[in-house]
Design a protein around this ligand. Sequence first.
Ligand code: NAP
Length: 334
Amino acid sequence: MSETIKKTRVVIIGSGPAGLTAALYTARALYDTVVITGKYLGGQIATTSDVDNFPGFPEGIQGPELTERMKQQAEKFGAQFVFDEVKEVDFEHGSPFTVRTYNETYLADSVVVTIGASPRHLNIPGEIEYTGYGVSYCATCDGFFFRNKDIIVVGGGDSALQEGIFLTKFAKSVTIVHRRDSLRASIDLQKKAFANPKISFVWDTLIDEIKGETLEGGIRRTTGVTLRNLKTDAVREHPIDGVFVFIGYDPNSRIFGTQLATNDDGYMLVDDHMRTSVPGVYAGGEIHDFTFRQAITAAGQGCAAALSAIHYLQANEDNLQTLDLPAVEVVAEA
Ligand code: NAP
């Protein structure tokens, strides 16, 4: 089997607000731009319900709609979208950089990494078994399936409260299980959650196990959890139809191995121009930002990363020759 290596000026890895903004800028600067979206277009914001703090939308906007609008804006200036995941890169030999997806190989003069972060798991018995059968990490995707059901939301941050409030549109009750007795979520979200009659809190508590059953036809369903109070060590069973987990995120930096410098937690290190440790490769959004983590800050960082990529391309125009390389046929691994 052979494949043709595709050549472009800029590859953007990831399609959250950082990647979509970067694509808008590089495409609008007339650089051929390919966005490799990852498994889901839009990243985390596409799985977020009401976004009411993205400037320009005084009525608020749904995450998927914001994603679609940003994509359309980048496409308007010529950005191309590839619905695939990056499986490996070669940044070690400098430009042109090689980016391999599951279906294609791309050569690019510059790369903008906006691959984001993924939801953390509880890592408890039953979690994997019942994911998709009552256990979820995405309220927008799965809330609809929990109409008139009793559900638990795990976590005490903005995500847990925001998504918990959203889930009250569907669920009969939402119990927020948090490992401490105070929340780290914003005061505004706390006020809304405390005022919501469908929401109750279980403090100082962890879930030890998620339990369920297999119905006729092999369909599984979640039926309950084992709760443990961390102050008293008391353990009790709690019947429940669903468990939504919002306990933070981990950066998706594994595919880069040691080719790009990261901190000990895997967040990419960039300077104030969003330059990574490899000249010509830039990063923005939650792949490096573990502090602000807002759609608007990600968009701003994506913009800055793209502007740096544009400056790099302009400054090195005589040396960068990806588009002049002959078409290459390579034999793909079986
Ligand atoms: P987060 O702020 O890191 O909160 C994670 C929560 O999960 C914390 O309450 C933490 O408990 C708890 N937790 C962590 N590991 C756990 C475990 N193994 N078991 C049980 N609980 C665990 O994450 P986030 O809520 O996803 O927010 C991430 C960032 O996005 C934040 O900067 C946030 O401000 C931002 N965000 C903003 C909005 C908004 O502005 N509308 C919406 C969503 C997210 P502890 O509190 O005890 O550490």
